[in-house]
Design a protein around this ligand. Sequence first.
Ligand code: PNS
Length: 171
Amino acid sequence: MSRDVVDAARRCVCPGSYDPVTAGHVDVIARAARLYDEVVVAVLHNPAKTGTFTVPERIELLRADLADAGVENVRLEAFANRLLVDVCRDVEAAVVVKGLRGGTDFAYELPMALMNRHLSGVETVFLPGDPQFEHVSSSLVKEVARFGGDITGLVSERVRAALTRRLAEHA
Ligand code: PNS
């Protein structure tokens, strides 16, 4: 096996919108960081769509939450309107790591994993999500927060505060 292929196998990409990062995301990225030499957290976005947080805000929240979790071998990158396989090629990663919260996630993720392998040979490694975060997604967290529900423990305190501020701005 060539040296490039060996190096690429030691680096993985954890892609997502991260709008915003949740406790479930941090858990999966931290576990990926124990399996690979380097994790590239790729914030993939469509500039035509306005998210709740800007991409620099998402990256800053990710950076702070991952530092709090003690994850050091991580790199944060943003990509607009890019195929994940092209991101993997650019950062020289042979593996995508994703967390699976259950069967519905698997049904959604499997065709994408197969398509990515079809397009470039990149492999997807699925990590079982921690059951304590099985119900946690960025969109559900935002909906609960929007209507005044308690999201303590589902996101970090800084994300909770940032979300509270953002929702107040848009109220
Ligand atoms: O956090 P999300 O929104 O569930 O992340 C989805 C994401 C960004 C990982 C997925 O939509 C993706 O890989 N987008 C990149 C575009 C692409 O490669 N599409 C083809 C996938 S087969």
